[in-house]
Design a protein around this ligand. Structure first.
Ligand SMILES: [Zn+2]
Length: 369
């Protein structure tokens, strides 16, 4: 093992050997990517890139590229007619967010059981095997802050190594597409705190590009009708694909965190069904966009902790999108206070336990398109 806790190919061969061969054969038969990924959290020496770990299902080729990373490519005869798409569906970027991992598993299971026919190249991701195994959001660093090269700025740890790898797999996947292909990336999460609106999505900052109403309709069809419009570049996985590959991308929060096996999967069925339909090029039956079907929010600004005297009057357990009457004092700090000024002004991601100079809450207001 190297100093930074990542394993070399030789380490992996030494550790895995026959055990991996058996587990892989079991995966080809039963399609359980969760169990294979958890068994080999650090990876394995073999990769799918040279067809070592590839097999065929129903007019498609399945390649295991790395632990938790599965590429499914339809044969050219099975590819959908134009418009063609390349789709990334990621889960488990936070290891304890199990429902999204189970959604991805459900789709992969159906593909390997030959129940569904994939029509667009799709990269499925279970993002953080190490955190999955310890049932934690992350081990050392929050993986969903490390994309867009931000992993280069931190000390060696599993997340640093994994963010770099995930960027490589996603860029390789999107770069393999031709110029007439449209890219998609849905990064599926569940939230730690409760939310006034159970399901919501963060639409990454688009700079000069307009918000895509058809994509909002797709989110609504997935059961997600609360959308928070991003207000600047970030280090999230969805922003990475949006900014670098013009992908239609979202960070999708599907409900509350629960352990494996304790998710009420019926609550996620709409999302699983629509993602399956997208991958299989089936009719999505999307409704035309209508503001009345959505709770849309734009960022108003941050409440920033300036000094040690900072006090946040929003409970850490407050639900996301809790709104306050105009004139409510939400925080005080040396010589200043934060008072709400807009009708419907609401708080998301409150956290008083941050360093000086960091964001303690994001304030948002309702908007329309
Ligand atoms: Zn998450």
């Amino acid at each position: 093992m190297k100093d930074d806790n990542t394993l070399t190919a030789q380490d992996l061969t030494d550790i895995n050997g026959d055990e991996f061969t058996q587990a892989y054969q079991q995966f080809v038969k039963a399609g359980d990517l969760i169990s294979l990924t958890r068994q080999f959290e650090q990876g394995f020496a073999q990769t799918g890139r040279d067809n070592q770990l590839s097999f065929n299902v129903k007019e498609a080729k399945v390649s295991l590229l790395d632990t938790g990373i599965l590429l499914v490519e339809p044969e050219s005869s099975a590819m959908s007619d134009k418009p063609s798409k390349r789709i990334v569906i990621s889960s488990g970027i936070h290891g304890n967010e199990t429902a999204p991992i189970e959604i991805v598993q459900q789709i992969i299971g159906d593909i390997i059981a030959k129940k569904i026919q994939v029509k667009h190249p799709t990269l499925f991701i279970m993002g953080h095997p190490v955190a999955m195994n310890i049932a934690k959001r992350f081990k050392t660093e929050n993986l969903n802050r490390l994309f867009c090269g931000k992993h280069q700025l931190i000390e060696p740890c599993f997340e640093k190594y994994r963010a770099e790898k995930l960027e490589q797999y996603v860029s390789g996947f999107f770069n393999a597409g031709t110029s007439d292909v449209t890219n998609y990336h849905y990064d599926l999460h569940t939230a730690i705190r409760s939310s006034k609106y159970e399901k919501f999505a963060i639409y990454p900052y688009q700079a000069d590009k307009p918000w895509d109403k058809e994509q909002l309709s797709f989110m609504a069809a997935c059961g997600v009708n609360t959308i928070l419009f991003g207000h600047g570049p970030t280090g999230t996985f969805s922003y990475y694909s949006s900014a670098n590959f013009a992908a239609h991308a979202f960070t999708v929060e599907l409900g509350k965190v629960r352990p494996f096996g304790e998710n009420d999967m019926t609550s996620f069925q709409a999302a699983a069904d629509k993602l399956t339909a997208l991958v299989c090029n089936e009719d999505l039956s999307l409704k035309d966009f209508d503001n009345n079907d959505f709770n849309l929010f734009e960022a108003l600004g941050d409440i920033t902790k300036v000094s040690d005297n900072f006090k946040l009057y929003v409970d850490d357990a407050a639900s996301n999108f809790t709104d306050y009457p105009v004139g409510t004092i939400l925080s005080t700090d040396t010589g200043e206070e934060y008072r709400t000024t807009q009708v419907g002004e609401s708080v998301v991601f409150p956290n008083a336990n941050v360093g000086n100079g960091q964001r303690a809450a994001l304030m948002v207001v309702p908007t329309t398109l």
